[in-house]
Write a new protein. Structure first.
Lengths: 75, 223
């Protein structure tokens, strides 16, 4: 019973922590594309800044993934 | 997060794990390569010197873009050391035998926590040196003294998030690769490894970028 709940908690940890960063990354990518289309000469700068911003958001998902791994270790 | 099976031997109360030994090897490799690259400097550089010069020039450009020319020149050694060490240890995870024969140092919370602590003290020592002790403490009270608790929390959360971000990415990547390998050992882990070619570099860039932002914030004069 308990291990089932822990498994559920692990699934929720990674699933919920994916939602927010996914929305944020989508917004970032779409805005960056827009900016690149408007100013193709700035495309390289925008792309590298976008990747760094994406990596910062990715970290939030990774926190969830860490918690999920910790929970799975407890089963 | 420490796995006791990874302890190789101990010096007194200190247990030397696989990650520590891998870190020593990485430090030795970086040291030897830099020594060979700078041993006999020539006007027309050989291949190793050429690569080293290119790396230094690119890093200098990158930090200049982040911190401004003067700060970048002044704090280049510490930033570049962080960058080179993190990049090399991240990429060591792509070598065959990673996780079994040796372990990736940055996929270990102790290593990244150490790096983050160094970053934390670097920021504050640099700030105190530039502004003086009282002057640096005053920056916590600007713009509003009421914000002091928030500022303090922010300062303390920074090393935590630096450590967890690097550790989580590397550890998560390792775990996903392992899981894929268990599903289907042939070629499937390659998908994740190609992605990690990109992520390993990005994580090092993010770590040093955040550090350079923190340092700039600590030394910069407010308007």
């Amino acid at each position: 019973m308990t291990s089932g709940i822990i498994a559920l908690a692990a699934a929720l940890a990674i699933a919920l922590s994916t939602i927010g960063p996914a929305i944020a990354q989508g917004t970032t990518a779409s805005k960056a594309m827009e900016a690149m289309a408007r100013q193709p000469e700035m495309a390289n700068t925008i792309r590298s800044n976008m990747i760094i911003a994406l990596a910062l958001m990715e970290a939030l998902t990774i926190y969830g993934l860490l918690i999920a791994f910790m929970l799975i270790g407890k089963i | 997060m420490e796995n006791t099976a990874n302890v190789l031997f101990s010096i007194g109360p200190l247990e030397v794990t696989k990650a520590v030994v891998s870190m020593w090897v990485i430090i030795a490799v970086i040291g030897i390569v830099s020594f060979i690259a700078t041993r006999r400097l020539k006007d027309v550089p050989g291949p190793i010197q050429n690569a080293a010069e290119m790396a230094v020039a690119k890093l200098q450009d990158y930090f200049t873009g982040n911190m401004g020319a003067e700060n970048a020149r002044r704090y280049f050694p510490v930033m570049a050391t962080f960058f080179v060490f993190i990049v090399v240890s991240n990429y060591s995870g792509l070598l065959p035998g990673a996780g079994k024969l040796f372990s990736v140092p940055t996929a270990n919370l102790s290593t990244t926590a150490g790096l983050a602590l160094i970053a934390f003290f670097t920021t504050h020592v640099v700030g105190v040196k530039r502004r003086g002790f009282v002057g640096y403490l005053k920056t916590f009270l600007t713009p509003f003294a009421v914000m002091l608790p928030l500022t303090l929390i922010e300062q303390l959360v920074r090393p935590l998030s630096l450590a967890l971000r690097l550790y989580g990415n590397l550890y998560g990547e390792e775990m996903v690769t392992e899981q894929l390998g268990e599903l289907f050992p042939l070629l499937l882990p390659l998908v994740m490894q190609v992605l990690s070619l990109l992520f390993c570099l990005i994580q090092a860039v993010v770590f040093t970028m955040l550090l350079s932002v923190y340092v700039t914030e600590a030394v910069e004069d407010e308007e």
